[in-house]
Write a protein that binds this ligand. Structure first.
Ligand code: S3P
Length: 169
């Protein structure tokens, strides 16, 4: 079985997937890390050298490959993965998908600390970040909400969230 975690940047996909995979003894795959490893470049370097469209193609190719696996995997997706091609369709067909929701204030606070890792927000000021996220979520929520399960993560501990995921599976 594959469990896919979907959600905006800063929604806790990487953190939750790590704890979840340890707890249920599944292999952990972080799609961004996998892309980085294969290209031997960081995500910002891929965006800079090859452009976002190329990144999205790589993301799709590697996603398809991972979803074809018969192993038990917790797969942490990138914040934009559900938005491109018909990625949500293959994610839902080949895995249990879980959308981690968080408020704009929570997302802004979390990602303001790690902007340099994220090319799409690297140049946005902290002051403008909530507005940017609100607009982005308006466009993206339609894709995220295609996930089979959705969890509101605000004011919950990672343990609470993992418990909810396990109950839903
Ligand atoms: C992106 C999110 C990032 C990464 C890339 C693009 C996005 O992943 O895939 O910077 O489009 O939202 P995280 O959600 O892990 O930050």
């Amino acid at each position: 079985m594959i469990i896919s975690l979907v959600g905006y940047m800063g929604s806790g996909k990487s953190h939750i997937s790590k704890i979840l995979s340890d707890k249920i003894n599944f292999k952990l795959i972080d799609l961004d890390k996998e892309i980085s490893k294969r290209k031997k470049l960081t995500i910002p370097e891929i965006f800079e050298k090859m452009g976002e469209i190329h990144f999205r193609k790589l993301e799709r190719e590697i996603l398809e490959e991972i979803l074809a696996s018969q192993e038990n995997i917790v797969l942490s997706l990138g914040g934009g993965t559900p938005v491109y091609y018909n990625n949500m369709e293959i994610i839902n067909n080949s895995s249990k998908s879980i959308f981690l929701r968080a408020s704009i204030a929570t997302l802004a606070e979390r990602i303001s600390k790690q902007k340099e890792k994220r090319p799409l927000i690297a140049k946005i000021s902290d002051e403008d970040l909530p507005e940017f996220i609100a607009k982005h979520l308006f466009e993206r929520n339609v894709f995220y909400s295609k996930a089979q399960f959705s969890i509101n993560t605000d004011s919950k501990t990672p343990e609470d969230i993992i418990q909810e995921i396990i109950e839903k599976l």
